[in-house]
Design a binder for this molecule. Sequence first.
Ligand code: PRP
Ligand code: URA
Length: 209
Amino acid sequence: MSLLHVINHPMVQHKLTIMRDKSTGSKDFRELLNEISLLMGYEVTRDIPLEDVDIETPICKMTAKEVSGRKLAIVPILRAGLGMVEGLHTLVPVAKVGHIGLYRNEETHEPVEYYCKLPEDIQDRLVIVTDPMLATGGSACDAITMLKAKGCRNIRLMCLVSVPEGIKKVQNEHPDVDIYTAAVDDGLNENAYIVPGLGDAGDRIFGTK
Ligand code: PRP
Ligand code: URA
């Protein structure tokens, strides 16, 4: 069974509260999502292996630590997942970025694929899938299935707000994928929106409504 990591650091919770507030505009919403993504990135990358490297400081030689050969890829689910890339990139500037385009059909709430462009060596990388909202879980599950079809075996899911329904679906379909989230909300409304949630993440990031 995959692990659920709830990142309840006070700074993450504080910033999330401002994001949830409907009076917060797109500029602040985007900036806060960047900041939270960087903070969550600490936890998502917490167990990345280190190896010894010999260096010389201005004072003397030493054996220090560096992140070992295992490489990273960030894969946002378009559109809203894009809002979490910059924060992670600040933390891991050399990470490659793939893109998976999915949108939810407004009536069925089922994800529809419209784009997929991934780094050539994606199967050799630790892949962090980003999407602020884990609602029914359909989009996250489909994105992970697409990555596995490309040979990825080391995948983590980073979302901002999730609900038990979406968590359960990901854990059932992809028990090898750990989930990192800043909040587990109450559930879904009749339109499959997260309650209390923060509304439509893509529209709030890009100002489209
Ligand atoms: C939103 C969100 C997730 C998905 C979550 O995307 O960003 O990708 O819905 O819902 P699910 O867990 O029920 O699949 P949306 O389809 O609104 O597209 P957008 O990011 O382009 O706005
Ligand atoms: N997608 C969103 O952007 N928000 C929700 O609450 C659910 C899906």
